[in-house]
Design a protein around this ligand. Structure first.
Ligand code: UT7
Length: 327
């Protein structure tokens, strides 16, 4: 049976850079606190009227198609992981397809917060493994600045905007997404969420006044769950694939907090120089963190490298994937 291999990756972040120095002028915070508690130095923000996550997703997908020399009409399916869709409906995947000229094929969104990309490659790879499709595009795109309260110092320093996309194609050489685990637990629903804007609390003057359209996070609770679950699921995927720390060429972790990443790497027995890290440049871009890591580190990857992808996010949702790099 074929496995689904990642045959190309592309990323996009908007031009505007929001630095810790600028945040110091907006809220009561400082570079030392942000850097030591999170590892973040700056993040990119999408400015401009009428532009949503689809704008960045389309840039990532257009760049990907060019790179892997694939025409839009040859794509069989596009899945977009996002927590900040342009609209409640239609889905952002539809919009991205339209922007890049992909027509008459299936496209849909996956909402699994910061684990969205991991969920999306898990779902997308099934279509390749069954032989149904040959070219599946997975894109993670989030405009977190749209739901970030820039008067709340506990959250506004954390998030940034960006998108990353990969192409999945069949591989019979034993390369690709060899295993994945996805998990969720509703115990997290009140610890990290956007309260209003959905069907339970549709927008009203009151929801706006109460600032319910922004991300709410109980940071320390989420931190505890994230450290434990991201490390546990990474250890689980290593164990069931008989991998030791020395076998793993790269850990590709969701970029929410450098301290969570360090704890996961430590538990897996992986040295710091084998951990992909770009949180200092982009902050937490939710579904885009993992493909943006792959994009930034692409030139250092070698065919056959063992990668462990790991994520944790709102819900709670979390998971890990074992990928043998295919090019
Ligand atoms: O990606 C999805 C999943 N999300 C995560 O994995 C995020 C998990 N959580 C975290 O990464 C961390 O909890 C945070 C980075 C959000 C916060 O770090 P922390 O070490 O847990 O800090 P804390 O919330 O316990 O706050 C410590 C202190 C508090 O002051 P007091 O009560 O001790 O006086 C906060 O008010 O730091 C204060 N504080 C700040 N100070 C300066 C909180 N935010 C800031 C800030 N600047 N931006």
């Amino acid at each position: 049976m074929s496995k689904a291999a990642i045959t190309g990756v592309h990323g996009y972040v908007p031009d505007y850079v929001l630095t810790n120095a600028e945040l110091e002028r907006m809220v009561d915070t400082n570079d030392e606190w942000i850097t030591s508690r999170t590892g973040i130095k700056e993040r990119h923000i999408l400015k401009g009227e009428g532009m949503g996550s689809s704008h960045m997703g389309a840039k990532a997908v257009a760049g990907l198609l060019e790179k892997v020399n694939t025409k839009p009409e040859d794509v069989d399916l596009l899945i977009c992981a996002t927590t900040t869709p342009d609209f409640v409906f239609p889905c952002t995947a539809n919009l991205i397809c339209d922007m890049v000229g992909i027509r008459n094929v299936g496209s849909f969104d996956i909402q699994a917060a910061c684990s969205g990309f991991l969920y999306a490659i898990t779902v997308g790879s099934q279509f390749i493994e069954t032989g149904k499709y040959k070219k599946v595009v997975i894109v993670g795109a989030d405009k977190m600045s749209a739901i970030t309260d820039y008067t709340d110092r506990t959250t506004c320093v954390l998030f940034g905007d960006g998108a990353g996309a990969v192409m999945l194609e069949p591989n019979t050489e034993g390369l690709g997404i060899l295993d994945s685990i996805i998990k969720s637990d509703g115990v997290g629903q009140n610890h990290l969420f956007q309260k209003a804007g959905g069907s339970r609390y549709p927008p009203t003057h009151e929801t706006v006044e109460k600032r319910w359209h922004y991300v709410y996070q109980d940071g320390p609770s989420v931190f505890k769950f994230a450290v434990k679950n991201m490390a546990d699921v990474s250890a689980e995927i290593m164990e069931r694939n008989q991998l030791s720390g020395g076998d793993v060429a790269w850990l590709v972790p969701h970029q929410a907090n450098k301290r969570i990443i360090d704890a996961t790497a430590h538990r897996m027995g992986i040295q710091t120089d084998k951990v992909m890290m770009n949180i200092h440049k982009y902050g937490n871009t939710t579904a885009a963190t993992i493909p943006l890591c792959l994009f930034d580190y692409e030139s250092q990857l070698k065919k056959g490298d063992n990668l462990v992808l790991a994520a944790f996010g709102g819900g709670f949702t979390w998971g890990a994937a074992y990928v043998k790099w295919a090019y």
